[in-house]
Design a protein around this ligand. Structure first.
Ligand code: 5GP
Length: 114
């Protein structure tokens, strides 16, 4: 079995982080280094999938659950509009290889995708 990722360790309470929302198979935390007024991470409880491509292929229902939880935390923490970003691969800036969605919201009115 692979080493627990930082997100698994947060889920298990080994590393402190406030879990702001949770569903059966996913949870949401605030990003430690926010890149937007509201920056949350929505994460599957399993660390089986390294990125969104693996997740979509392996468990599309779980991907749907992630999108639904992103929508509800964006409604709760911002005005409901949000960007959903899955960095996929180190060359795209992915640093934690336990799939997670960045929910970026609050005062975003630029057209950039970054
Ligand atoms: P990635 O670069 O893999 O797409 O995103 C990983 C994200 O996890 C980064 O935005 C980073 O700030 C966040 N992060 C890394 N370590 C921690 C941590 O210990 N606690 C929290 N809340 N976020 C973290």
């Amino acid at each position: 079995m692979s080493e627990p990722t930082i997100f698994t360790r947060i889920l298990q309470g080994e590393i402190p982080a406030e879990i702001v929302a949770e569903t059966e198979n996913a949870f949401a935390i605030r990003d430690i280094a926010p890149q937007a007024p509201v920056h949350l991470l929505v994460i599957p409880k399993t660390q089986e999938y390294r990125n969104v491509v693996e997740l979509a292929a392996g468990d599309p229902a779980l991907l749907t659950e992630i999108v639904g939880l992103a929508n509800s935390v964006a409604a709760e923490h911002a005005d409901g509009d949000f960007r959903l970003v899955f960095n996929t691969g180190a060359g795209a800036g992915q640093t934690v290889f336990h799939v997670h969605a960045h929910v970026l919201a609050g005062g975003l009115n630029e057209k950039s995708t970054g």
